[in-house]
Design a protein around this ligand. Structure first.
Ligand code: NOJ
Length: 463
């Protein structure tokens, strides 16, 4: 028996600018740090880059038709900062051609009855801001520039966009973009994104929300962790600590308006930046409306003994995919780090809701099927594994909301189409649409056509 979903449960699909748009040199777009990174020698991205990607910039009408065909009620996409402000800074000129692209996209969605959900920042920082002051390593400069960029978006798109996500997975951006001292840089970059989020939300709440009436939040990632040895209290602590280091890092200041988790202060000491009284006052004005959750997998945590190294960012735990009894956390997908663990997803939802008390939207969830990176189109579209993954995760949402009291209001499948999986290049296929990277032809996979019904059936079983 599948568990029922809340009525009015929202179904959408998600993407991000650099992963799909292409057209990197067109219509005045400035470079982003991902343009640079993808062209480094030797390659850090398996030879792949986003120069063309899915060519969504030129094919967006076709992609919007797909969304409509899939029964999407909402579409989550991100704006490329350097298309809107090529150099990115608060005194730099706007690029009207870039703004016009997003206007056409937004209008196209609305014409099809699909609600736009806009992410302001999905990792593609304007290269110029990196060159000027090191991007997120300058807490003051970056938040001033981000606030201005956010204000431009509210001004130019906010008459039609009523759902805003400030940052996508600031954890990834902080941990994986350290270039120098990895014992301090992640914590500074995280601090800068928290403050930038707060500035952008406060600006929205004060100057736009009263007129535009929208909502704003952030998308945080983070696996659920269970103790490796369920009998060992130290592993239980390690599992909780691991989640505090991942989620609490951002959620404590953003949703609880509190300092970083105590376990982080204890381990990182003065390497963790401090919030001032003025920062806490800003948090009071920066109430977020929802918790955006990107969720893919779960793991086991085993405590480490001895002092953690200076570049430990996990909270002194070992992350494992099996527990002490050798039980795997879940069924293997097409990527080594992604096991399907719906039972732990249910616990995760319940824990996050209890801790942070905001309605949850799943802003990403999905997987590549086993072996899909080597499949031709005919095989890839028969994506039974993905269908099962979606169904199991929707069931987990149903159980968490019906039985555990969590509030989960919607679900965005990652992703609308196969696209550039960052450092993994074009190998992993997360899409519900098959992308042929030679011809750029799109073909719906079975999951794309079935997902709508999966949600509908589960919503109906409530009545
Ligand atoms: C998280 C990121 O937000 C997205 O860009 C990425 O493609 C998916 N997870 C899958 O790894």
């Amino acid at each position: 028996m599948s568990a029922s979903l809340p009525s009015n449960f929202l179904l959408g699909f998600a993407t991000a600018s650099y992963q799909i748009e292409g057209a990197v040199d067109e219509d005045g777009r400035g470079k982003s740090i991902w343009d640079t990174y993808c062209h480094l020698e030797p390659t850090r991205t398996k030879g792949a880059n986003g120069d063309v990607a899915c060519d969504h910039y030129h094919r967006f009408e076709e992609d919007l038709d797909l969304l409509q065909r899939y029964g999407a009620q909402a579409y989550r996409f991100s704006i490329s900062w350097s298309r809107v402000i090529p150099k990115g800074g608060r005194d730099d000129p706007l690029n009207e051609a870039g703004i016009s692209f997003y206007n056409r996209l937004i209008d196209g969605l609305i014409a099809r009855g699909i609600t736009p959900w806009v992410t302001l920042y999905h990792w593609d920082l304007p290269q110029e801001l990196h060159d000027r002051y090191g991007g997120w390593l300058d807490v003051q400069e970056s938040q001033a520039d981000f606030e201005r960029y956010a204000r431009v978006c509210y001004e130019r798109f906010g008459d039609r966009v009523r759902k805003w996500i400030t940052f996508n997975e600031p954890w990834i951006q902080s941990i994986f973009s350290s270039e120098g001292d990895s014992s301090t840089e992640p914590w500074i970059a995280g601090h800068a994104q928290i403050m930038s989020h707060a500035r952008a939300v406060a600006a929205y709440n004060r100057d736009f929300k009263p007129r535009q009436g929208g909502q704003i939040g952030i998308s945080l990632n983070g696996d659920f962790f269970e103790p490796w040895d369920s009998e060992d209290p130290l592993d239980a602590e390690a599992a909780e600590r691991r989640m505090q280091f991942h989620i609490g890092w951002f959620a404590n200041p953003i949703f609880l308006k509190q300092d970083y988790p105590a376990c982080m202060r204890q381990q990182l000491e003065s390497r963790l930046p401090k919030f001032t009284e003025a920062d806490f006052a800003l948090f009071q004005e920066a109430e977020s409306d929802f918790y955006g959750m990107n969720y893919y997998t779960s793991q086991y945590a085993r405590h480490r003994t001895g002092a953690p190294s200076k570049d430990d960012y996990l909270g002194s735990v070992e992350e494992l995919q099996w527990n002490k009894q050798g039980r795997s956390a879940g069924e293997a997908s097409g990527l080594h780090w992604l096991l399907s663990c719906p039972e732990m997803f249910r616990k995760h939802l319940t824990r996050v809701y209890k801790l942070y008390g905001k309605p949850i939207y799943i802003t990403e969830n999905g997987c590549p099927c086993p072996g899909e990176d080597n499949m031709m189109r005919e095989e890839s579209v028969k994506d039974d594994y993905r269908c099962r993954y979606f169904a199991d995760h929707l069931d987990a949402i149903g159980r968490s909301t019906r039985e555990d009291g969590a509030v989960v209001k919607g679900y965005f499948a990652w992703s609308l189409m196969d696209n550039l999986e960052w450092s993994d290049g074009y190998g992993p296929r997360f899409g519900v649409t098959f992308t042929d990277y030679e011809t750029l032809e799109r073909t719906p996979k079975n999951s794309a056509l079935l997902l709508k019904n999966m949600v509908k059936v589960r919503c109906q079983s409530v009545q």
